[in-house]
Design a protein around this ligand. Structure first.
Ligand code: R5P
Length: 292
């Protein structure tokens, strides 16, 4: 087996290769002045099963384009099979038409991956459990929720910041025996501003663990924390699988009245977006377990 890495999350790819007792195989990724990229597999004759690690967070289009080019280069260099480890898939939230006339972004992504002959996909905490059905190849859909269990205070109420997260909260509730509450959220599609108005379940004088699949702008978490504080919650910790951290999400999170923000390394968080309350948990071992 050979492990390759795109440029989106090299630290994770290195951990995966190291835990497998391998070194990352060599890939040249050249960026031209106009932004185009060219990819080359060094020492071409692969004739091996290949694992490619590439996450598709910010810059999402660039990371996808690079992924497509790497897949092409790997196939042309004789890769016997390609397992794509894409811990986070960009565009997954547009998995259906919300309004007439819209595209179905993630369907397009899947068509591209399949046409480039990916054999298998390993990924984490997809926004919807329906997404694997888009593919005609095996999809291993892993969760990081078990990694969160040990970090959740034993006297907390689990909170989903929107109705879409109930599945995750129920999973954790079964694992921990903790009770849960859910928030009803509304997002203004023009401004992106989120309003969290109603909570089902009580958090009064209780510690809270908010659990979400991803933090993008930080609006969902900001609105949830404000509502929970209004409802007299005590200490709040935040747990989210994917640290997308768009715009000034990290400073929004840093300024919230919360103890800690736990995320994972499905997306690499650049140094300038890290803050004191942030703790990053690695998913490398979960990937290695699956690859073995
Ligand atoms: C939405 O359904 C997701 O589960 C997340 O809550 C959302 O994508 C987070 O985005 P943001 O941080 O921009 O509010």
């Amino acid at each position: 087996m050979k492990v390759f890495s795109g440029s989106s999350n090299r630290p994770l790819a290195e951990k995966v290769a190291q835990n497998l007792g391998l070194k990352l195989s060599s890939l040249e990724i050249h960026k031209f002045p106009d932004g185009e990229k060219r990819v080359r597999v060094v020492g071409s004759d692969l004739e091996d099963d290949v694992v490619l690690v590439q996450s598709t967070g910010i810059p999402v289009d660039e990371n996808y384009m690079e992924l497509f080019l790497i897949l092409d280069a790997l196939k042309r260099s004789g890769a016997r099979s390609i397992t794509l480890v894409s811990p986070y898939f960009g565009y997954q939230r547009q998995d259906h038409m919300f309004r007439e006339g819209e595209d179905v972004s993630f369907k397009v992504i899947v068509q591209m991956l399949e046409s480039l002959k990916v054999d298998k996909v390993i990924t984490f905490d997809l926004h919807s459990i329906k997404i694997p059905e888009f593919f005609h190849i095996p999809v291993v859909h892993l969760t990081v929720l078990d990694l969160f269990v040990g970090k959740i205070d034993k006297d907390s109420v689990l909170v989903s910041p929107d109705m879409g997260g109930i599945r995750r909260i129920k999973y954790l509730s079964e694992k921990t025996g903790l009770s849960f509450a859910t928030i009803e959220k509304n997002r203004d599609l023009k401004t992106g501003r989120v309003q969290s108005e109603k909570i089902e379940g009580s958090v009064q004088n209780k510690n809270v663990a908010i659990v979400d699949d991803m933090i993008s702008t930080g609006e969902t978490i900001r609105a949830a924390v404000e509502l929970l504080k209004k409802e007299c919650a005590e200490k709040i910790n935040v747990f989210a699988t994917h640290a997308v951290f768009a715009d000034d999400a990290s400073s929004i999170l840093d300024n919230l009245d919360v103890e800690k923000v736990y995320v994972t390394d499905t997306i690499e968080v650049p140094k300038e977006k890290q803050f004191e309350k942030l703790e990053i948990i690695s998913v490398a071992n979960l990937i290695v377990k699956e690859l073995r």
